[in-house]
Design a binder for this molecule. Structure first.
Ligand code: FAD
Length: 502
């Protein structure tokens, strides 16, 4: 029997809101009409490993176990462009043999009874990673371990312990009742889980105020093949390479995180938000680098991203007024800055920023979790949207932007393809910032090769320019090869045998 499994991010949500923006991108790419893809991976039923079924039934009741092929596929892949494209082409790789849904009561007995030479456990949260982090090489019998039953809330003094299986949205809704926030708001906040955040060393949109996962958590509860690690929630330690270090960025290979202890912050009661324009991106970067205090969110778009935002998302009757105003102030085709701060009065405003009012900032804030729907429309129309992000020092940021733009255009020409690329800077530090590239490419044939080559060119430009392999998405399977080759064997030595390939 054939079946289809949804592969796009948040595929249950409506994406019509971004239709006009998608249309502007389509026009830019001069993309030819194709039959729309429905966003599903079509698959045949997979054989069931009966011996494994018998073994797992000895640890779990039937409702905590699944051999259904829809589940096996849904829990085996993330939301990277490589995986989505493979699904669109009908070529997704090997799924796991089973999905288990353990809870606090039965996780330990399963782990202690599985032979690490034969079995491999892959922790799975919201499957929102964009790096192929759930892909493991062939060899052992692979089981996906869903964290959805790890849910508990325990307030202690001024911190809280939360089950790793909560999504960001669920966790914030609980804390909201008590007037608290965790302060981590990734764009994937509605689907990604607390355990996934730690394992990928994620960061949220308000990081200028709260920091990344390494700043937000005070500890984890985690289980490896030898059982639970000793619980320790302290403000700081000097224990060398400790449990928190193993968990942060462990990408499921160092064990399963069952709980996370978070610092608690008071919910903001009032918010400042406003938008500005700079005459160009270079000027914007320069002025922002000179600021002394950064608001909770600061996001500067390059000229292409600014123009697409104005043409699509902010395409309202207000747009004409804006355009006139911006022309007078000399900032049309300029670079848009969104600033949001979790308190009033307003934060420091960078020099040479032209006030563009509240409207774009408000629009951006309202759409902060729904914007990925745009990518879904592009995928369905046959295009290939993707993102790659890095971080670098202030003096290098604009150079990296220009270098990536140039190498991207050269590659697109070489490939006889169509493509656009844009970037923004966000996640601001005194020493520099994250620069986040979004690109959309298209060619009629050999699309996988095109995507691989374009990604490779961008990644090599990052490395040649001394940038990070990733600022917050993690290396996963796809970016592992760009890490310093001397680091990889060291990392492998600390992986847990039951949670890794070797
Ligand atoms: C539209 C979109 C927007 C995004 N925006 C952001 C953003 O703003 N900031 C950001 O940092 N990232 C972002 N991401 C990337 C992604 O959401 C993060 O990497 C997120 O932390 C993954 O969490 P998850 O629960 O979905 O993990 P999964 O995708 O399920 O797993 C990711 C990795 O973590 C491991 N893992 C998951 N749970 C556990 C656990 N309990 N114990 C041990 N290992 C575990 C898995 O084995 C895997 O290696 C975005 C992704 C998408 C699709």
């Amino acid at each position: 029997m054939a079946s289809s499994v949804p592969v796009l991010y948040g595929s249950a949500k409506s994406d019509t809101q971004y239709a006009s923006k998608a249309h502007s991108i389509e026009k830019l790419l001069m993309h030819k009409e194709e039959e729309e893809w429905d966003g599903n991976f079509k698959t045949r039923e997979l054989p069931v490993n009966e011996k494994l079924k018998k073994l797992l039934s000895s640890f779990f009741p039937i409702d905590q176990l699944s051999f259904a092929f829809e589940d096996r596929i849904a829990y085996s892949f993330g939301k990277s462009s490589m995986e989505i494209l493979a699904a669109r082409l009908g070529k997704l790789g090997e799924p796991v043999e089973a999905v288990v849904f353990p809870d606090y009561g039965n996780i330990e007995s399963m782990i202690k009874n599985l032979d690490p030479r034969k079995y491999e456990l892959i922790p799975v949260g919201g499957t929102s990673n964009v790096t192929g982090a759930l892909l493991h090489s062939k060899g052992k019998i692979k089981l996906a371990v869903s964290t959805k039953n790890f849910k508990r809330v325990e307030f202690r003094e001024n911190y809280v312990i939360l089950g790793a299986g909560y999504t960001g949205l669920e966790a914030e809704s609980i804390l909201h009742e008590y007037g608290f926030t965790l302060g981590n708001f990734p764009e994937s906040f509605e689907y990604s889980t607390l355990g996934g955040w730690v394992a990928t060393k994620a960061i949220g949109q308000e990081s200028n105020q709260y920091g990344g996962m390494e700043n937000i958590i005070i500890g984890v509860r985690m289980i490896g093949s030898a059982g639970f690690f000793r619980e320790e929630f302290v403000p700081r330690n000097s224990e060398g390479l400790d449990l928190k270090t193993l968990a942060l960025g462990g990408e499921g290979r160092t064990g399963l995180i069952t709980d996370v202890a978070f610092k608690l912050y008071k919910n903001p009661t009032r918010r400042f938000f406003n938008s500005y324009f700079f005459k160009n991106y270079e000027e914007g970067i320069k002025q922002i680098s000179k600021m002394k205090f950064y608001p909770s969110i600061l996001r500067l778009s390059d000229e292409v991203e600014t123009s697409i935002s104005l043409d699509g998302e902010f395409n309202t009757p207000m747009k004409k007024l804006y355009e006139g105003y911006l022309k007078i102030t000399g900032a049309r085709n300029g670079s848009m800055l969104i600033m949001v701060n979790n308190s009033i009065p307003s934060p420091e405003i960078p020099r040479k920023a032209i006030n563009a009012g509240k409207y774009p900032a408000r629009q951006w804030l309202e759409g902060r979790y729904s914007r990925p729907a745009l990518g879904n429309i592009l995928w369905k129309k046959g295009m290939i949207p993707d993102t790659l992000e890095t971080s670098t020092t202030w003096s290098n940021l604009y150079n990296v932007h220009k270098a990536v733009q140039q190498r991207f255009s050269d590659q697109i020409e070489k490939e006889h393809a169509k493509g656009i690329i844009m970037s923004h800077i966000s996640h601001i530090y005194s020493s520099g910032a994250c620069i986040y590239f979004t690109f959309v490419i298209w060619r009629e044939d050999d699309q996988m090769k095109l995507l691989e080559n374009v990604r490779d060119v961008i990644m090599n430009t990052f490395i040649e320019n001394g940038c990070a392999v990733s600022h917050h998405h993690g290396p996963g399977k796809y970016l592992e090869k760009y890490l310093d080759e001397k680091i990889t064997p060291i990392r492998k030595r600390i992986y847990d045998p039951l949670f890794s390939e070797d």
